[in-house]
Design a binder for this molecule. Sequence first.
Ligand SMILES: O=C(O)c1ccccc1NCC(=O)[C@H](O)[C@H](O)COP(=O)(O)O
Length: 403
Amino acid sequence: MRSLKHSQTQSIAQPPCCFSIAKMLVLVFLIAIAGISFQSVPSFNHRPNFFIRRFNFPGIRAQQSEAKPPKRGEEADALKLKEWVIGMLQNEVAASQGIRIRRRQPTGPPSHYVGPFEIGLENEDKTPRNTLEEIIWQKDVEVSQMKEKKPLASLEKFIENAAPTRDFVGALKAAHSRTGLPGLIAEVKKASPTRGILREDFDPVEIARAYQKGGAACLSVLTDEKFFKGSFENLEAIRSAGVKCPLLCKEFVIDAWQIYYARIKGADAILLIAAVLPDHEIRYMVEICKMLGLAALVEVHDEREMDRVLGIEGIELIGINNRNLKTFELDISNTKKLLEGERGEMVRQKDIIVVGESGLFTPDHVAYVQEAGVKAVLVGESIVTQRDLGKGITRLFGKDISL
Ligand SMILES: O=C(O)c1ccccc1NCC(=O)[C@H](O)[C@H](O)COP(=O)(O)O
């Protein structure tokens, strides 16, 4: 019995063209027997090993099956198989773009009977590699539950009646011209996985009002509950309270459904993370944002993500995150590094607004990222932890920006 050892690390580094011939042949075989219909299967991203019993294929674990193929649940089995094949293809595409975050936690080994063959999936690496991957796996579970409760079709009537969105990019540009400083996106952030609770007396509406009064151009509202203690209720409450600043829904988007939901809950902009989403999904989601009147803040962490995003048409806002996704260390020189040379030139040519994100605590930090080329900053911890939020903003910029 031989098993196909499919190392995550190796395959992540390989482009799709490096699929071994054996794997490709098996994939073609599986696609044929599963009768793939790409449109009918939801997005699914995991990278299991696989085995086929009663089928001797080089590099694949093969075994004579004693049991008779069950008749019950064949459709469900076929669907799982289709999902897996699609997930594998999606992973290959994502891996070819350097994306290491797997979209979904690998699950148990479903088996599938096709005629005399028993085909099973076998997963090895079920532990998240880092906090972002853990967040994404959790999000995958949450989103599928929410989609079941509120299918996309049921959101459409709310979208038709939703109030118009406010101009997020325009507000940042206006603040920049008014103050000569980067426009502030102030984050309504109760907690984070790295720092725990940041503010005990957390009243999202009061915080939002204080930020607006203190001169924030826009607000960022964390909606993730498990890791950031945020919520869509916070977003909705801030919007309903008459706060004028345009609102960024700070979510971990893995499914277009979340964009529709954010729009209904009062968002004017939404975050798309390039470390999670391959190019085609960013393109698709940016189009959906445009259709819904939302701005898309596309976040990058390194040169590769920056190059990918600069290659996508129609992007108006790029966020450079100074937080290392693996170590969570903050290094504001990341913003400078990603805006040097040709990249900075492209940003200027395309008239993209760059937002410096994370780890900004002092006027020197703000001046440093402004010098690097940002026209906006996204700040959470350094202001949300201050007792007087307005003074916190003044301290961050070294002057009162509300005037
Ligand atoms: O804030 C975190 O610890 C964090 C951990 C894992 C993924 C994302 C995380 N933060 C999201 C953000 O982008 C920040 O909340 C935002 O940039 C503000 O950062 P800061 O000013 O450092 O609070």
